[in-house]
Ligand binder design. Structure first.
Ligand code: 26W
Length: 823
């Protein structure tokens, strides 16, 4: 142990000492202390100010952070571990200032430095440790848990490279690495005392002990060191500071002595580098798994390190009696990504702590809970047995054993039905057998939840039908939510001030209070103030669009926005077709009753998803034609915003009039961007999909623009889908398709949109873009008419914000707390 300490660099020791010392200074004093040091380095001034401020704010949290830890340990509270491969945190400074109520003090401290707080905040690099909805949900949940005084720890991976940076070059997406840690991360604290080692490769051996009991040893493993980096998660004005623990992989100090003695010194050192690769980069795929070995290593690394951490804490407190473990702990699996935690917990309990199988299984199944986030079959993770057998041989044994016992239960329910056995088996047999991770998660969890009402229904009637029959009591719904601290109080200070003036501050922690502003829709002053807020926010958004895209958005026009990952099921294509439709109408002189609009699309495509990348190219090419035609400009502007991320959304949602939530019904599990827009007073044009359905319920049909087939009709229509007929029957769609096929948008790059055209016309088009086109355009026309009556539009806007209370992640977390975790 002494050895380990002396190996830590002095810099590290100093940082940790600072991190754990008493905060004796006020924010202002701490800031002057830090800035003296940072300005003495050759950083530019605003970077120096940001780091100094962030470190000072962190210091203000240290005492509460320590107290939270010790109180949770003392009072024997049930602990929840939220395991997730992704935490899409975004920036931390603004959120911390809000939670700790330090904004005024902070502005005061900055006075001498001729820089505004807003400018300083722009210096912070987004922590983009996630792809999209699933990762951002984890971040919102952490905020709600801390703000609701729950002892919940997030466990994740400290990726060296987060979500790639997207640039648009000649209309094409170009990815570049996101080295977010380059200048250091002022929020994190490296905590080497929590180091654990995670085994890989090797082989299993078994032996029988003196009492005749068989044991298995996993030997000759290549061990990787997991080092904990803690990030503080401050609750909203409540003195609680929870922890997000992110693991970094490092080489252990052990050399492979054999190789070393044979003179392969360099080989031995090179092998150490392999360990560091594990946490190097976030996989940028959302919604399609690709079976890469490194990804499985990440999953096991996170799961094993986190469980070892939990068990070590347990043993320190209660010794090796685990009988109450499931009563005092819950582990929430964020999708199947960390579901390898199931066999890993079994391994640790049986091999390391010598429990019997049945005891270990009882503990595991009373601890694990699984959240599903997608209905797309291509997103369901399956891992090759072959890969498992060499990378994680002991884990594979355990999965087989779990499966054998579970197959008995299936056989009991469906006697003599071998087809059922094959269909429900955790192992998908065949010439290249695979492990179905979702099935493993369901079998071992006491709770399985979907993320919106329709989604959970569809899980029960479709994807997991047999499991629902076997264990109906496991299934439950927890409709997603977003944190009102970041997504209203922080990102929309103008609207927040107006709400607080009207309602007092209580809405920030009890969003249902927003209902009361419904009573203000006829209050002329209030309506006028609401409009002024929206206008000011639109100006800010327009400035961002100008700066990032070079396109002029006029705040007098309607701002129509779709930002999210680019995927066929989300149907950015439908949106682009509508833009082409408007463009065509304008060129025809058919502009009667046309409301001038600015259309914004933003989002990243998975680097290997060719169709999604072509959709980005199409958006950019159409934008170019639209924006460069002086006849079109008065009615229509169109921009593709590069590098959409959390910080961009903080500016986008306050300045949006119309939110596009237009996925093919039955495909979007929930959506959470839809909720951020609604909270900020945007109106939604959307299908009956995901949480849109519940949003519509809350706000009422008169304040929501609904269009398109519902999930059932989609399934029906699919049976006999003839898009070519739909096109011929629709003059509007015919005109759009004609423009596309004529090469109007790709004169110098012929043929590049062939795939898109073919996809729309294919009877197998899963996303049924053509089927919904006419209705979409008709409802968009209604949107335009509604927008012309600004008073009426504003009233609808107010009603949307008023009805958004149910989509606070506080409500969602109250559900997890009471019905799943039971803390
Ligand atoms: C294995 C590759 C992979 C990676 C990520 C497959 C699937 C995913 C996620 C499930 C994608 C995701 O982010 N899903 C989104 O989760 C949100 C939070 O619950 C929902 O609101 C979105 O509807 C859902 O698409």
């Amino acid at each position: 142990m002494a050895n380990k300490v002396s190996k830590s660099s002095t810099k590290e020791l100093a940082e940790n000492a600072a991190a754990y010392c008493e905060p004796c200074d006020s924010l202002g004093m701490a800031f002057s202390r830090h800035i003296r040091y940072w300005l003495s380095r050759d950083d530019d001034a605003s970077t120096a100010v940001f780091y100094s401020l962030a470190l000072s704010v962190k210091e203000q949290m240290l005492e509460a952070w320590r107290d939270t830890r010790s109180q949770d340990a003392q009072f024997d509270k049930k602990q929840v571990a939220y395991l997730s491969l992704e935490f899409l945190m975004g920036r931390a400074l603004g959120n911390a200032l809000l939670s700790l109520d330090l904004s005024d003090e902070c502005r005061q401290a900055l006075k001498e430095y001729s820089v505004t707080l807003e400018e300083v905040q722009e210096q912070e690099h987004d922590a983009g440790l996630g792809n999209g909805g699933l990762g951002r949900l984890a971040a919102c949940f952490l905020d709600s848990c801390a703000s609701m005084d729950l002892a919940v720890t997030g466990y994740g991976i400290r990726y060296e490279y987060g979500m790639f940076v997207q640039k648009i070059v000649d209309g094409y997406q170009q990815e570049s690495p996101d080295k977010w840690l380059r200048s250091g991360n002022p929020w994190e604290v490296r905590v080497p005392v929590h180091n654990v080692t995670v085994p890989f490769f090797g082989r299993t051996e078994s032996y029988v002990d003196r009492n005749g009991r068989r044991h298995v040893c996993w030997v000759d493993t290549h061990d990787v060191l997991a080092v904990a980096y803690d990030m503080p998660i401050p609750g909203y004005k409540n003195q609680r500071v929870n922890t997000l623990r992110l693991w970094k992989s490092e080489a252990t100090d052990e050399f492979d002595l054999d190789e070393f003695n044979q003179g392969d010194y360099a080989e031995a050192v090179a092998r150490k580098n392999l360990a560091e690769q594990i946490t190097m980069v976030l996989y940028p795929n959302d919604s399609s798994e690709n079976g890469k070995e490194l990804r499985l290593r990440q999953q096991y690394f996170l799961s094993s390190a986190s469980l070892q951490d939990l068990l070590r804490t347990w043993v320190k407190k209660f010794g090796t009696d685990f009988s109450q473990f499931g009563v005092k702990n819950a582990i929430q699996l964020n999708d199947t990504h960390p579901s390898i935690a199931v066999p890993e917990l079994m391994r640790l309990l049986i091999d390391e702590y010598l429990l019997e199988w049945d005891e270990a299984w009882a503990i595991t199944t009373s601890t694990m809970a699984y959240t599903n986030h997608t209905l797309l079959p291509e997103a369901l993770e399956r891992w090759s047995v072959r890969m498992f057998s060499y990378m994680l041989p002991r884990i594979l044994d355990i999965i087989y054993e779990i499966n054998a016992r579970y197959m008995d239960a299936v056989a009991h329910q469906w006697p003599g039905n071998s087809q059922k056995l094959a269909e429900m088996s955790i192992i998908e047999e065949g010439h290249d057998p695979h492990i179905r991770m979702a099935y493993l998660a369901i079998v071992a969890s006491f709770s399985v939840n979907g993320v919106a009402g329709l989604h959970t229904q569809l899980l029960k009637s479709g994807l997991f039908k047999d499991f629902y029959q076997l264990w109906p009591e496991k299934f439950n719904n927890k409709t997603n939510g977003v944190t009102p601290r970041r997504w209203l109080a922080y990102c929309n200070p103008r609207l927040s001030a107006l709400l607080t003036k009207q309602l007092g501050e209580g809405w920030v922690t009890d969003l249902s209070q927003l209902r009361k502003i419904e009573g203000c829709v006829d209050n002329k002053t209030f309506v006028k103030q609401w409009q002024e807020v929206k206008q000011a926010n639109k100006q800010e958004l327009a400035a961002m669009v100008k700066q990032q895209c070079g396109v002029d958005f006029d705040p007098a026009m309607m701002f129509d926005v779709q930002v999210k990952r680019i995927h066929e099921y989300k149907r950015q294509l439908l949106n682009i077709l509508h833009v082409i439709h408007l463009y065509h109408r304008i060129l025809q002189g058919d502009t009667q009753n046309m409301v001038p609009r600015c259309v914004l699309i933003g989002g990243k495509a998975a680097p290997g998803y060719a169709m999604a990348k072509t959709i980005i190219k199409l958006a950019n090419n159409v934008a170019h034609m639209v924006n460069s035609d002086p006849l079109v400009r008065p009615f229509l502007r169109f921009a593709f915003l590069p590098n959409y991320n959390v910080s961009a959304m903080e500016k986008i949602c306050p300045g949006t009039d119309l939110s596009e939530q237009i996925s093919t019904a039955g495909k979007e599990a929930s959506g959470t961007g839809n909720m951020k827009f609604m909270m900020n007073g945007a109106l939604t044009i959307g299908t009956l999909d995901g949480a849109n359905i519940e949003m519509l319920e809350e706000v009422g049909e008169d304040n929501f623009f609904l269009f398109g087939l519902n999930a059932e009709q989609v399934a029906q229509t699919r049976q006999n889908y003839r898009p070519a007929d739909i096109v011929s029957a629709s003059p509007a769609l015919s005109a759009v398709m004609e423009l596309l096929t004529s090469g109007h948008f790709n004169l110098i790059e012929p043929g590049i949109f062939e795939h898109i055209i073919n996809a729309i016309l294919s009877p197998y088009d899963q996303w049924m873009t053509a089927a919904d086109f006419d209705d979409y355009c008709a409802v968009q026309q209604k949107v335009g008419l509604a927008y012309q009556d600004q008073k009426y539009w504003t009233q609808m806007s107010i009603r949307n914000t008023a009805a958004s209370g149910r989509f606070s992640s506080d409500v969602t977390i109250a559900g997890y707390r009471d019905e799943i975790w039971r803390v």
